[in-house]
Design a protein around this ligand. Structure first.
Ligand SMILES: C[S@@+](CC[C@H](N)C(=O)[O-])C[C@H]1O[C@@H](n2cnc3c(N)ncnc32)[C@H](O)[C@@H]1O
Length: 326
């Protein structure tokens, strides 16, 4: 299959879906550009290529130091006097969920994270907030296996499932969290309905993701790397919030703090990923060339094209604090 060097980015591990995963999973670049890969998450019995990609990456990088998969957040004067030493290597990501939660008091609450990845947020919630229980749900089986192995804490559990068809009873949770996952959902409104259904009355929904910004001017091929995948727009997220009748308590653009995290000298996901890739190479473990290329494009996004895109408004990072009405 002929591939170009224009990678596709579906969040963290996806800038290289075109070159590598396309070959690996037999899907074409065009299918990704047309978002047909997203559509596949809806088809029963047909495993999503996104989930397969995460599966493969988790099998290739089972290291328990990597528990967050989000872009992170830093304020100009962020201080980390609240953080445990063991979380310093991922402090930007821990700071993102901390910022999203604001001053919410989660003591004694029953919390669900949808799209919980490698469990960093759930572990944070269990260790820092005094929550009664935390459940992480993800549609990538390797993530669930990873979390069961790595995060062993009272009240914390992980379960396989789909964001658009939650297996929980109505009004089961006090709080729902969703971070950097919804941009790949084929049906945001269905997701919103499900969040509303499983939340108790007056339950809280903390929601954060990247989307296309207001600037839709043309970009060079280099500047599009990792940026093009985000086809979701603000109006779709707003429509979901309206559709599910959530009350908006807060709505913030945190792009500047996300860029500050990209530009930080330590404690960002990109530093840990660079360390893991270097270690892998030093162990003489052969990484397929497509995977090496994939990491190169991801690092290009963190170091260059992603920074530019948030700064010039091609991308925007939003968070919402939402409430289900009584
Ligand atoms: C970029 S990762 C973010 C993980 C985590 N929220 C964090 O902040 O570290 C996105 C996660 O969403 C999951 N995901 C994507 N689509 C999903 C779906 N339809 N249902 C459940 N999980 C999904 C992926 O498997 C992946 O683990």
């Amino acid at each position: 299959m002929a591939t170009t060097n224009v990678p596709v980015h579906a969040g963290l591990f996806k800038p290289y879906l075109t070159d590598f995963k396309g070959k690996f999973l037999g899907i074409t670049q065009q299918q990704f550009f047309n978002n047909e890969a997203k559509m596949m998450t809806q088809v029963e019995g047909n495993v999503s290529p996104i989930s397969q990609w995460y599966d493969m990456m988790t099998q290739m990088f089972p290291d328990k130091r990597l528990t967050f998969l989000n872009y992170g957040y830093l304020e100009e004067d962020s201080n980390f006097d609240w953080i445990n030493e063991e979380d310093l290597e991922q402090k930007c990501s821990a700071n993102l969920i901390r910022t999203l939660l604001g001053d919410a008091d989660l003591r004694g609450k029953k919390i669900l994270e949808i799209g919980s990845g490698r469990g960093g947020n759930c572990s944070y919630l269990a260790r820092y907030t005094g929550a009664a229980s935390v459940t992480g749900l993800d549609f990538c089986p390797a993530h669930i296996e990873f979390c069961d192995r790595v995060h062993r804490l009272d009240g914390l559990s992980f379960i396989y499932g789909d964001a658009m068809a939650l297996q929980f009873a109505d009004e089961e949770f006090d709080v729902v969290i969703n971070i950097e996952s919804s941009h790949s959902y084929p049906d945001l409104n269905r997701f919103g309905e499900e969040v509303r259904r499983v939340l108790k009355k007056e339950g809280l929904f903390f929601y954060a993701d990247t989307m296309k910004g207001a600037n839709n001017s043309a970009m060079s091929e280099q500047d599009r790397i990792g940026v093009d995948f985000f086809t979701n727009v603000l109006e779709q997220h707003q429509a979901m919030i309206l559709h599910a009748s959530f009350n908006v308590e807060d709505h913030l653009d945190i792009s500047e703090g996300v860029v500050r995290a990209f530009e930080s000298e330590q404690g960002h996901l990109k530093h840990l990923l660079k360390t893991l890739v270097t270690e892998k190479k030093q162990q003489n473990s052969s990484l397929p060339p497509e995977v090496c290329h994939a990491f190169d494009t991801m690092f290009h996004f963190f170091d260059d094209s992603g920074v530019k895109a948030y700064k010039n408004g091609h991308l925007v990072y939003k968070l919402w604090r939402l409430k289900k009405s009584a």
